[in-house]
Design a binder for this molecule. Structure first.
Ligand SMILES: Nc1nc2c(c(=O)[nH]1)N[C@H]1C(S)=C(S)[C@@H](COP(=O)(O)OP(=O)(O)OC[C@H]3O[C@@H](n4cnc5c(=O)[nH]c(N)nc54)[C@H](O)[C@@H]3O)O[C@H]1N2
Ligand SMILES: Nc1nc2c(c(=O)[nH]1)N[C@H]1C(S)=C(S)[C@@H](COP(=O)(O)OP(=O)(O)OC[C@H]3O[C@@H](n4cnc5c(=O)[nH]c(N)nc54)[C@H](O)[C@@H]3O)O[C@H]1N2
Ligand code: SF4
Ligand SMILES: [Mo]
Length: 890
């Protein structure tokens, strides 16, 4: 079967109205309706009945239909690169794990799993490792993501409880966003906030982020805090609250311990660590103190820090001291990243947790879980956390490793060392959708898993809402569900009865029953009222917010205390600012911040399949301040070489005052498959928070210098291309591929090189314009009069219209295409802003000026831009602001 046939046959008829499921990207957890038209087409709309999004979707959710194609999919198990039967592959996995454990003990093996597994998959993996293999060496990519929030919650509340609900954003009068680029990373939640701000003129928004981001645009106040300054800032708030007599004495006396120690510590804080002007700090303090209904949303700018757990404590302290927690419109709110980050925490996917929020350190909890599972073993101490786990793999002490649903060669700090560790491990199993990942390339055994749209189970979003993912596509080839694969290995290792599951519903029932055991210990996570769901009820299960037990249903936590500590009181922790661990030196004068872009998801195995999503930002970049760029001689759009103590990267230079001097920012998404010199985690230091073990992905010190490029290039090709230039980044476009290139040496013959790059047959005709004096080359290749490939090269970054050339692929072309721009009769749309309707920046700017548009709504009315998912609204606003500034300045 070829790719095209498979992609048709993978569609299965569903009832009219489609299948209700949940988006597989961010932790907002939007409900999605997937409708198959029976002819291979898939329409995705927002589920109007889902409480998270009430029908809205962002650009990534809307483009889900473009990500289910079968090209790149892994369709059969592979052993050392050769297709194998499931029987052989599973036997090999079970035997190697069994032999390794027999010879070296249970701690010589490990699982590294993911917040993108469904709860049922995750539950079975955790059960196999902790209860049956008898090791706690199961950790998850949530260690890189939510661990500091988990540790902060447990330290303050006794459990990992998110007290509030999404509607609190709408009910608040002040929303503080710290270390969160909500506009790009939780777009539907951001849209709810934007709508709330329109409806409630009293609502103020503060954004605390060293960079100016799309989220800063909605803020009344943007605090460009020094990296790592959050503890100092929130300590400042606490000290101010105390000075102003705004501590809630009734609440704190009844429900909180550690108040005076925390205040004392806060008063000692030196606010200069925030790097902020005193007037801004004072404005923030006054807002926080003067507004009762305040929600503090935080994400990776808080968690991914060597002071992450203390940052969380500093935030929680302010809410606890004022009793502003668990009441409508008030509370700290850690928004989760992955679709099932929360579910993974609930099932105990972290190396230091047991299932259902029970504690691994607690002997009674351990016995209860062991008995419930009728398990032969139960570790009595936490296992290795991700960074330590890969270090131990590198030392050869973990001899069998199973990686599921995550791509650590790209996403772990010190990524080259992680790659070497995995490459050197005796036995590596990888379960993924595709073999084309930097991690899958290293597997001894590759197991094809089913993906979104093919699998069934549950996920929990940021507000504790459990909702169903439902399959509507036939699993392709031999792909199997993760829970089936793990259970099968469990059975082959000798634990038949414990892993004899027939369906995710059966796993869910067991899990819900175990949560009842946790409930009996007085834990928060109790969904035991759903333990009796029938298969049909599970299939039809509507989204619900936990807990759901005989005594409690949904709602908020802690308005009336009831913390999960021994005495029922919350703990405030005395904390003090600490600098990020990487030191600034003469050789490492810049602090590298990393994060996300709007239209890509992590290591891009799915979003890079969508041409729409790939046009917004098509290559990895380095944001650097104009003063720094000038000082080090880095020209806009040139290639920057970035070096840390751990590795090197080449990235496109983006000169912008959205970053502060001395700081640079780069996205995390690019990989060996999409831009090999853009794997940003090769640079990131493996420094971790002492409590949570979460790495500081946002503050490695680096050096930046210009890369001496002999030429820069831009290429489009109807066929997939893998360039060989020193720097390259490729992306899918509507009719093929586009690539950015830069190289340190010039080819002897441009045409020969280009033909090799594009893999062109001899009958493809070339139109060339090569100017040795200027060192420029322009080559277009035609077949049957249609453009099949083109390359533009110059000694400086080439200024051709990317959108025009990408659009010209497959179209009839003449020598005019070598101008790299549309002719006078055709407008150049420019870089994509609105992914849904494919509307470029030039089109929007022309409409703003030509039609004197003054608002985002007017742009929508004129061009449709921003009217579907709305994810580009912050960028539309920024374009309006930029043009009005220009008008004002003229
Ligand atoms: N488009 C898109 N959305 C996603 C994802 C994706 O890959 N793509 N991934 C999902 C996942 S798993 C996650 S975890 C979330 C992450 O969501 P976010 O945490 O919102 O995203 P990031 O871009 O990682 O980081 C947020 C911000 O923290 C800032 N920051 C850095 N250092 C500091 C600091 O010391 N203090 C403060 N206050 N801020 C700082 C950065 O400048 C950055 O703008 O996004 C989820 N949503
Ligand atoms: N520098 C830097 N590094 C970071 C971050 C940062 O901000 N900066 N953020 C960190 C954070 S918060 C996160 S969450 C991580 C994310 O990092 P990763 O988890 O490594 O990234 P993903 O690309 O989401 O990897 C998921 C993999 O699972 C596969 N997959 C998808 N669905 C399924 C399925 O159902 N079953 C199986 N078996 N496989 C599946 C995909 O093809 C993909 O290969 O990155 C972390 N790394
Ligand atoms: S906000 Fe976007 S990515 Fe996140 S769940 Fe909703 S549709 Fe998916
Ligand atoms: Mo994450």
């Amino acid at each position: 079967m070829d790719g095209a046939t498979r992609s048709m046959s993978n569609r299965q008829d569903t009832a009219p109205g489609g299948t209700c499921t949940t988006c597989p990207y961010c932790g907002v957890g939007c409900g999605v309706r997937a409708i198959l038209d029976g002819a291979g087409g898939l329409t995705i709309t927002g589920d109007l009945s889902h409480p998270a999004n009430a029908g809205k979707l962002c650009s990534k959710g809307s483009a889900l239909g473009e990500t289910t194609s079968l090209d790149d999919r892994l369709l059969a198990p592979r052993i050392h690169g050769q297709d194998a039967s499931w029987n052989d592959a599973l036997d090999l996995v079970a035997t190697r794990f069994r032999k390794t454990i027999d010879r070296h003990g249970p701690d010589s093996v490990a699982f590294y799993v993911s917040g993108q597994l469904l709860t049922e998959d995750y539950y079975v993996a955790n059960k196999l490792m902790k209860g049956f293999i008898g090791s706690a060496n199961i950790d998850t990519n949530s260690r890189l993501c939510m661990a500091s929030s988990v540790a902060g919650h447990r330290r303050a509340f006794g459990t990992d409880t998110v007290p509030g609900l999404y509607e609190d954003l709408e009910r608040a009068d002040l929303v503080v966003l710290t270390g969160s680029n909500l506009a790009w990373c939780h777009p539907v939640l951001y849209q709810r906030l934007a709508a709330a701000r329109k409806a409630n003129p009293k609502l103020r928004v503060v954004n605390i982020d060293p960079r100016h981001t799309a989220t800063s645009d909605i803020a009344d106040l943007h605090l460009a805090i020094a990296p790592g300054g959050d503890v100092a800032l929130f300590n400042g708030v606490l000290a101010y609250l105390s000075e102003q007599g705004l501590i809630d004495a009734a609440y704190t006396e009844k429900h909180v311990r550690g108040l005076s120690e925390a205040i004392e510590s806060a008063k000692k804080e030196d606010l200069s660590a925030t790097g902020l002007p005193a007037a801004q700090v004072a404005e923030f303090f006054a807002l926080w103190a003067g507004t009762e209904k305040v929600v503090t949303i935080y994400s990776q700018g808080v968690n991914q820090s060597t002071a992450g757990t203390d940052k969380v404590a500093a935030i929680l302290n302010c809410h606890l001291a004022t009793g502003r927690i668990g009441r409508p419109g008030m509370g700290p709110f850690s928004v989760t990243g992955q679709p099932n980050a929360m579910g993974g925490r609930e099932v105990g996917g972290l190396a230091n947790m047991l299932a259902c929020h029970l504690d691994i350190e607690n002997p009674e909890h351990r016995v209860a879980v062991k008995d419930f599972w009728d398990a032969p073993a139960m570790p009595d101490a936490p296992g290795l956390k991700a960074v330590d786990m890969f270090r131990v793999v590198g030392e050869g002490r973990i001899k069998a490793l199973w990686i599921m649903c995550t791509n650590p060669v790209v996403s772990m700090p010190e990524a080259d060392a992680v790659r070497a560790a995995i490459a050197g491990c005796d036995f590596v199993v990888v379960s993924d959708l595709t073999a084309a990942t930097d991690t899958a390339e290293l597997a001894d055994v590759l197991l094809p898993a089913t993906g979104w749209g093919e699998k069934d189970g549950t996920v929990t979003n940021s507000e504790r809402c459990i909702s169903r993912q439902r399959g509507f596509l036939t699993p392709p080839g031999a792909a199997r569900h993760d829970w089936e694969i793990i259970s099968d290995v469990g059975r082959r290792m000798g634990w038949g009865a414990a892993f004899d599951y027939a369906s995710p519903a059966e796993i869910y029932r067991e899990y819900a029953a175990l949560s009842g055991v946790a409930g009996n210990f007085g834990r928060d996570f109790d969904i035991s009222a759903t333990a009796g769901v029938t298969d049909a009820e599970y299939d039809a299960m509507a989204p619900f917010t936990w807990p759901r037990s005989a005594t409690r249903e949904g709602g908020r936590f802690f308005a009336d205390g009831g913390f999960y500590t021994s005495d029922g009181k919350a703990r405030m922790w005395p904390v003090q600012h600490r600098q990020p661990a990487s030191k600034l030196t003469a050789d490492r004068p810049f602090r590298l911040n990393t994060g996300r872009v709007r239209d890509h998801w992590h290591t891009m195995t799915r979003t890079a399949k969508s041409p729409r999503l790939s046009q917004h930002i098509a290559e990895p970049f380095l944001e650097i301040h104009p003063d720094d760029a000038r000082r080090i001689g880095l020209a806009p759009a040139s290639i920057a070489e970035v070096e840390s103590d751990f590795g090197n990267c080449l990235l496109r230079t983006l000169v912008t005052d959205r970053v502060q001097p001395g700081q640079v920012f780069a996205p995390m998404h690019w990989t060996g498959q999409t831009a090999p010199t853009g794997r940003i985690d090769t640079l990131v230091a493996p420094n971790t928070d002492p409590f949570s073990g979460q790495p500081e992905s946002k503050a490695t010190t680096v050096d930046v210098r210009p890369f001496a490029a002999a030429w820069y290039g831009f290429a489009v090709s109807a066929r997939e291309i893998t360039p060989r230039s020193t720097y390259w980044a490729r992306a899918r476009s509507r009719n093929g591929w586009r690539a950015e290139l830069a190289c340190s040496s010039t080819p002897e013959d441009w045409e020969t090189d280009a033909r090799a790059l594009f893999g062109l047959p001899t009958e493809a005709t070339a139109i060339t314009l090569i100017d040795p004096a200027r060192r420029t080359a322009r080559l277009a290749f035609l077949q049957d009069g249609q453009l099949v490939a083109a390359l533009f090269a110059a000694p400086e970054p080439v200024g051709v219209s990317r959108s025009f050339l990408a659009g010209a692929l497959g179209e009839p072309a003449t020598a005019e295409v070598l101008s790299g721009r549309p002719g006078a009769e055709r407008a150049d749309p420019g870089a994509t802003v609105c992914a849904c309707f494919d509307i470029g920046v030039n089109t929007i700017l022309a409409a703003i000026e030509g039609q004197t548009l003054a608002s985002v709504d007017q742009i929508g009315a004129a061009l449709n831009a921003g009217t579907n998912c709305g994810s580009c609204k912050p960028e539309l606003q920024a374009l309006l602001d930029a043009t009005s500034r220009k008008v004002a300045a003229e």
